[in-house]
Design a protein around this ligand. Structure first.
Ligand code: SF4
Ligand code: SF4
Ligand code: SF4
Length: 251
C-alpha cells in the first residue's frame, strides 16, 4: 500500500473511531476542541470535501452509493460525475469531474429562499433543506450557479447533497467518500488545521468551481480540468462535457 493510500486508510479509520462525537477527526484533531474549550470557545467544525482528480478513475461508485443512501428517484442525482472530453485526434484527453453541492460559505440558494427552508448550519457549515418547510418554488434551484439542486419528483420539494449529515453526526464519512475506490474524496473539518483535508489543501494547489460567482465553495479539487464548452478556456478546440444528469448541459 502506498504512503498516500495508507494515510487515507488511517484517516478514514480515525474518522470512524470518532463516532459519537461530532467534531473530532483523530488524535491531533481532538486536541483542537480541547484547546478551544480551555480558551473558553467551543470548536465548531466547518465541513468540506477535497476531490483529488489524480486518483479519480470515473467509476461512478460515488454516484451509485449516493443514490442508494438516499433512494434518489430515477432521473435525479445528488452526486454525479462529469466527463470532459477535448482536443482533436490524435491530441485528445478525457478527465472526470465528480460534482455535488459545494456547501458554499455564501450560498445564493439560501439568500433567495422565501420560507427559510434552506440554510447553512452554524454548527458545521452543512447547507441543508427542510422538506417540511419547503414549498417547492424552485427559487433556490435557479439561484444555484452549480446546478446542484433539483426538485424531488416524489416529494415536490428541493433536494440536493447534504454531506450525509445523518452519517457525519454518527462519526462516519459521507457515503460517496466511503465508496470511492480511488480514495479520491477526502471529507473533513476545514476549521481544524490538523485534519487531513486541511493539510492536503495547504500542501497542494486547489481550485473550486466557478470561483467568479463569489459563493465561496467548500468542495475543493486537485488537478481538476475546469474547461467549459461555452467558456473562454476552450481555445477553440473540440470540448464535450457529458453530465449524466437530467440536464443536457452543464450550467
Ligand atoms: S452549490 Fe448551490 S445548492 Fe450548494 S450551497 Fe452552493 S449555491 Fe447552494
Ligand atoms: S424550493 Fe424550497 S428550499 Fe428552494 S427556495 Fe423554494 S421554499 Fe426554499
Ligand atoms: S468513486 Fe471516487 S474514483 Fe470513482 S468516480 Fe467517484 S470520485 Fe472518482
Amino acid at each position: 500500500m502506498s504512503d498516500k493510500k495508507a494515510n487515507a486508510a488511517v484517516s478514514r479509520r480515525k474518522f470512524i473511531a470518532a463516532a459519537g462525537g461530532t467534531a473530532a477527526l483523530g488524535a491531533s484533531a481532538a486536541a483542537a476542541p480541547r484547546a478551544a474549550r480551555a480558551a473558553g470557545t467551543a470548536h465548531k467544525p466547518h465541513y468540506g470535501m477535497l476531490i483529488d482528480l489524480r486518483r479519480c478513475i470515473g467509476c461512478h461508485a460515488c454516484s451509485v452509493s449516493c443514490k442508494a443512501e438516499f433512494d434518489v428517484p430515477l432521473g435525479a442525482t445528488r452526486s454525479w460525475v462529469e466527463y470532459i472530453e477535448k482536443g482533436d485526434y490524435p491530441d485528445v484527453s478525457r478527465q472526470f469531474l465528480p460534482r455535488l453541492c459545494n456547501h458554499c460559505s455564501k450560498p445564493q440558494c439560501v439568500d433567495v429562499c422565501p420560507t427559510g427552508a434552506t440554510w447553512k448550519r452554524e454548527e458545521d457549515g452543512i447547507v441543508v433543506v427542510d422538506a417540511d418547510i419547503c414549498i417547492g418554488c424552485k427559487y433556490c434551484i435557479l439561484a444555484c450557479p452549480y446546478d446542484a439542486r433539483f426538485t424531488n419528483p416524489i416529494t415536490g420539494t428541493a433536494d440536493k447533497c447534504d454531506f450525509c449529515q445523518h452519517r457525519v453526526s454518527q462519526g462516519l464519512v459521507p457515503s460517496c467518500v466511503n465508496a470511492c475506490i480511488g480514495e479520491a474524496r477526502i471529507f473533513g473539518d476545514l476549521n481544524d488545521p490538523q485534519s487531513e483535508i486541511s493539510k492536503l489543501i495547504a500542501r497542494n494547489p486547489v481550485t473550486v468551481l466557478r470561483q467568479e460567482m463569489g459563493t465561496e465553495p467548500n468542495v475543493f479539487y486537485i488537478d481538476a480540468d475546469h474547461t467549459d464548452p461555452n467558456g473562454a478556456t476552450n481555445n477553440g478546440q473540440y470540448v464535450r462535457v457529458d453530465t449524466h444528469r437530467q440536464h443536457a448541459e452543464r450550467r
